[in-house]
Design a protein around this ligand. Structure first.
Ligand code: DP6
Length: 332
């Protein structure tokens, strides 16, 4: 089943985008990770996941219909070559909404995520683009429908349609219409996410190829969906009861278990740099000394620390360069 067939009941490809429009979507950090697909074309996951959106850090995307015979894609002030992978992904995403050859866009994407922070921008980018297309073609889709559409651009983008805590329900249907983000209606003022940059250079193997290699070659991967399902339950409990230790422990264990499946792939996938491990060891030592701080990591060498506002001052002494986000405000 291809992407257009899946959307046939919601969208009839148009020849007529109505307006220029700009939208914002937040970046998100998964506390229970999405790793592995049951359907590559539709980005349908092997497991449900749960994230927290990063407030004002994310992507602003503007789309303007242009009188030209190709799309123009600008990223952080620079025009991308038509052959650039991101440009091609954006154009084929726009193809879901237009009659072939009927209209083209200038897509201007600006990330408010600090470029050195090592945060993926494809999630917020495809979420912001989905919202912009919804308005430009006057589709009037709901957030859950937009989440399905954003997922077709990049899996984790389905969580960036929403603020706060978001669960990506994996769904059961072959067409994936039940696989989308759902807002978890709880706030946690004082919860902090600290971005610790180890290496800002582009990763050697992107998440898309990395997760495929893991599914194809790591026997250890078979236990991953089971662990993820248990972790999801614990995280929802931690959020409902505002139990930070349960949240931190579960998120850190989940991230390290995902990395274990990566390392067990062949050829092995090791996203860590020596500095990543040194930072983990520093966190473990700080914990032994009584600081309640945990970390999570995605498909790259940088760490995201999880802690409560009370520990902020102490942690800034150990990580003076850390960028801190409080997705629900500082609670004071
Ligand atoms: C490790 O959403 O970037 O960040 O669906 O192929 O676009 P595609 O992958 P992507 O993968 C994100 C993987 C992760 C974990 C997560 O965000 O849940």
């Amino acid at each position: 089943m291809d992407k257009s067939a899946v959307l046939a009941d919601w969208i009839s490809p148009s020849t007529n985008p109505v307006t220029s429009i700009e939208h914002f979507a937040p970046s998100n950090i998964a506390l229970c990770k999405y790793w592995g697909k049951r359907n590559k074309q539709l980005n349908l996951p092997m497991n449900a996941s749960l994230s927290v959106s990063l407030g004002h850090l994310g992507t602003h995307t503007r789309i303007v219909p242009i009188d030209y015979c190709a799309d123009e894609v600008w990223l952080n002030g620079e025009q991308l070559l038509p052959s650039a992978p991101f440009c091609q992904r954006v154009s084929s995403f726009l193809d879901l909404f237009r009659q072939p050859g009927s209209c083209y866009f200038r897509v201007t994407t600006r990330n408010s995520i600090p470029t050195a922070a090592g945060l993926a921008s494809s999630a917020s980018g495809f979420a912001a683009l989905s919202k912009a297309v919804n308005d430009s073609f006057e589709l009037n889709l709901t957030d859950e429908q937009l989440s399905v559409i954003a997922r077709l651009g990049s899996g984790s983008a389905c969580r960036s349609i929403f603020n706060g805590f978001v669960e990506w329900q994996m769904g059961q249907r072959a067409d994936g219409l039940d696989s989308h983000g759902v807002s978890v209606e709880q706030c946690w003022p004082g919860l902090c996410v600290g971005l610790v940059k180890v290496d800002a250079s582009a990763k050697s193997i992107d998440s898309r190829s990395g997760m495929q290699r893991t599914v194809d070659t790591a026997h250890l991967y078979q236990s991953w969906p089971i662990q993820a399902a248990h972790d999801l339950v614990k995280l929802k409990q931690a959020i409902a009861e505002q139990d930070f230790t349960l949240l931190g422990q579960t998120a850190e264990h989940n991230a390290l278990s995902m990395h274990a499946t990566m390392i067990a792939s062949w050829p092995p996938l090791v996203y860590w740099q020596p500095e990543s491990l040194a930072t983990m060891q520093r966190i473990w030592k700080l914990r032994q000394e009584g600081l309640n701080c945990y970390f999570t990591m995605d498909a790259g060498p940088n760490l995201k620390l999880l802690f409560l506002n009370d520990e902020l001052e102490a942690l800034m002494r150990y990580f003076p360069e850390m960028e801190v986000i409080q997705p629900f405000g500082n609670g004071r």
